[in-house]
Design a binder for this molecule. Structure first.
Ligand SMILES: Cc1cc2nc3c(=O)[nH]c(=O)nc-3n(C[C@H](O)[C@H](O)[C@H](O)COP(=O)(O)O)c2cc1C
Length: 249
């Protein structure tokens, strides 16, 4: 058991803007420090693009994720970098008073923050901030990190395990198969698909892969196969060795 996972954290979209560049990432490290004046801290990995933007500009917005958010929001903002993609593409977003963008769907409100102090935490920087504005979208329950792990992450893993093979061309569809599904390769409908799990059991190369030592990133669900280096940095969420757990011994 990892005691860190027992602490109650929320989940947030941390947004930044540098000139005409908008970006955001997911954090679970927002904490209230004082309520009068309202001071909050956020702890951000130095390798993230959002870190460089917040450090350079000294401001950001932090949106509180609600229980109705889907895994897409967390994957979209927390499992890829704004250095490679524009994460706001196709996202319905609101402009905040300090000029950042926050997604609207799955969010219950946001704080605009001004950095007043930086604390070097080694791999991360803790930005101590003063709230310059706060906006409520809806009076609903905020998502906890534990809820995300128990519901959204678990469902994602289950969906990943479910797969169907097209008995005509061998195309594999991962996740639940919709009734109106058409094979993208041979254009056959759902009735030509069989559950893929049976096929996998027969496949020795897959058996070998599964029997390999592997480690699971408890933050973003990335799997590292083979012995794990002490200085590993998760290629998806940039966390270190301490958040990896061995999943097969
Ligand atoms: C559930 C979850 C919680 C996370 N918490 C943090 C956090 O507290 N601090 C942090 O720096 N990164 C955290 N991350 C990782 C960043 O969101 C991730 O590295 C992101 O891809 C950075 O994007 P960027 O390079 O565009 O800034 C978290 C990711 C997830 C999925």
């Amino acid at each position: 058991m990892n005691l860190l996972f027992k602490i109650t954290y929320g989940l947030y979209v941390l947004s930044a803007r540098d000139g005409d560049k908008y970006n955001a990432c997911i954090i679970n490290t927002l904490a209230q420090q004082t309520s009068n004046p309202e001071k909050l801290s956020i702890t951000v990995n130095k390798l993230t693009y959002t870190h460089s933007m917040v450090q350079k500009t000294g401001f950001c917005s932090c949106a509180v994720i609600g229980n109705d958010a889907t895994i897409d929001l967390i994957q979209g903002f927390g499992m890829r970098s704004g250095r490679e993609v524009n994460k706001f593409d196709g996202i319905d977003a609101a402009s905040t008073n300090n000029g950042c963008l926050v997604p609207i769907k799955g969010i219950i409100g946001y704080f605009d923050l001004k950095v007043i102090e930086e604390i070097d935490m080694g791999s991360h920087t803790m930005f101590v901030c003063e709230a310059t504005d706060k906006v409520v979208f809806k009076d609903e329950v905020a998502m906890t990190y534990a809820y995300y792990r128990a519901n959204l992450l678990k469902k994602k893993d289950q969906a990943k395990k479910e797969a169907y093979i097209c008995t005509i061309c061998g195309y594999i569809h991962e996740g639940p198969i919709p009734d109106d599904f058409i094979c993208p390769i041979c254009k056959k409908d759902k009735s030509f698909f069989a559950p893929y799990a049976e096929e996998k059991k027969e496949d020795t190369s897959i058996k070998e892969d599964v029997s390999k030592e592997s480690y699971y990133c408890t933050v973003c669900a990335y799997v590292h196969y083979g012995p794990i280096p002490d200085d590993i940095i998760c290629p998806i969420c940039k966390h270190g060795r301490d958040v990896f757990v061995q999943q097969n011994k």
